[in-house]
Design a binder for this molecule. Sequence first.
Ligand code: SAH
Length: 253
Amino acid sequence: MSGKLHVIGIGPGHPDQITPEAREAIAVATDLFGYGPYLDRLPPAAGQQRHASDNREELARARAALDLAASGKRVAVISGGDAGVFAMAAAVCEAVEHGPAAWRALDIAVVPGLTAMLAVAARAGAPLGHDFCALSLSDNLKPWPVIAGRLRAAAAAGFVIALYNPISRARPWQLGEAFAILREQLPPATPVIFGRAVGRAAERVTITALAGADPALADMATCVIVGSPGTRVVERPGLPPLVYSPRSSGADR
Ligand code: SAH
């Protein structure tokens, strides 16, 4: 039997948002690797081994998965959201680049999933309806000045900005600092969407303005979308507002 490695995104949390392609790839795997809470979202399958690990051990997990695939197993590496967005697909590619030559001959496939910013955007209307970018606020793997510079550049360029990894116990101040940087350049009324645990039982979506955006509204399971100067809020009687970024860019710079 020849080995196979799938890197699979299982969406933001709701079972309906796992694609049939991802389900099929998971079903044929002999071994599943991933962060424990992601694996817990998948029903157990007979004869399938699970290798749960801590969220910080991405490269070690990628190497272990590649080793097992090289031994002939059908291995699935599971990511939340999309496997290629701040997730395991890049760790697997990095491990292959620096690993034994045999890993380059492996059958490796990435199966896409619904990334968090799309699920959050859908709850609010169409905030990503025009040019946008995504940034991870985690300074575990890049220095804070790089993040601050990218925030300034993105705001100056008129992008809507999706912020992943906005806050954690080990990184308590970065989101507040990010809002402070963005307030230097963006109007106080710029819409900000906090999408927490979208698709899961603990889901909470809050729409506010940049001037009053409170970092306490975010946790590790929150994706924050900051509008561009062109992003609009359409108020509706008795209903949450619709936030959208117009398709034409006349209004944003
Ligand atoms: N690969 C994932 C992102 C992993 S980084 C994806 O494509 O979605 C982890 C970050 O993703 C979290 O800190 C949070 O910002 C975001 N995230 C993951 N699941 C989420 C959800 N259900 N709701 C809101 N944000 C989520």
